[in-house]
Design a protein around this ligand. Sequence first.
Ligand code: ADP
Ligand code: MG
Length: 265
Amino acid sequence: MPDLIALRSAKILAVANQKGGVGKTTTAINLGAALAESGRKVLLIDLDPQGNASTGLGIPAEEREVTTYDFVLGDAGPTEAIQDTNVKNLKIIPATTDLSSADIALIANEKRSFLLHDALRGPDMEPFEFDYILIDCPPSLNILTVNAMVAAHSIVVPLQTEFFALEGLSQLMLTLREVRQTANKDLRIEGVILTMYDRRNNLSQQVEADARDNLKDLVFKTVIPRNVRLSEAPSFAMPVLDYDSGSRGASAYRDLAAELIARER
Ligand code: ADP
Ligand code: MG
């Protein structure tokens, strides 16, 4: 096995929640863009076979010749796999549907949970100086999400402010505990980010109160509002920060980035 290098300074965050449609990809794209806007060098790894983060950042399917699948399996190094986006300081490793066969491809591999961890710490990563690496996880607690959790320093959990939102967290916490016990004892929860928050809706307020009661400081102070500009931006292949820089969605993700950056010290 080649020696693994310590990633010079990159903080690796897995954006995870096994529930679909809670705002993982929206958070990965726009938190990534907001961190990049404030001068941080950011890599987004699209780890979802649906490839929504890749599409949302303007990488058309025909330009995804080398993908996360190749990178995870060690068939491609970072130089081949990492692509520029239209956003300054934000790069991406794109995904295609071939990632959905990773489960099967990895069954026989005894290092299957460590592949992304090792790929990100290979000697070829050394020339890349990222401050943040964000991993956009699939809506499942499968081997891909486990790879993200093993590779990451911490996880960011988008929580849609709706009824039963907290219930879904217990499964995620079980997986987190298992990963801590077996592969990554230092894995932390960076924070739970409340998404699609509707100020005028009592339910949103109630879910927020519940979340803050139960999870205390684990909940980010920043809340992401329901904002139509956030849902429109991907079809224009841009983060909301470029699509509508003055929107409430853009300013919320800037606030979230600032909250993260404030922890750097
Ligand atoms: P996930 O990656 O968890 O499946 P997405 O980020 O793709 O979730 O979000 C699901 C859908 O909700 C998408 O159509 C997205 O554009 C929309 N969406 C996400 N966050 C918001 C928000 N804060 N306001 C409005 N629409 C949102
Ligand atoms: Mg997604």
